[in-house]
Design a protein around this ligand. Sequence first.
Ligand code: FES
Length: 106
Amino acid sequence: MSGPPWVATVDDAKVPEGVPVAVYPKGLPVLVIRRDGELFAVANKCAHMGCPLEAGALDGYTLTCPCHDWRFDIRDGEFLDAPELSLATFAVKVDDGKVLVRLEEA
Ligand code: FES
């Protein structure tokens, strides 16, 4: 078994610090975020009503949904007001200048 696939998305150089970038590995909406030099990948679909999160505000590791202000921790996807809800998160790495996302929930 080779495990879940790593899918190449955006160029690493195109992910600026602190600005979420929407990518679509195999059509799945994912948000790649660089924070303090480290990369994170979360579902680009709010756990509330599915709004895209790419226009959300990022403050530290907290991403706020632009629709109704639900707040998520980009490190583990946790919804800060109710830990039983969360965003899917994905393993992410850089290979040969590309950001790769692993399409299994981390
Ligand atoms: S859809 Fe994100 S807070 Fe409502």
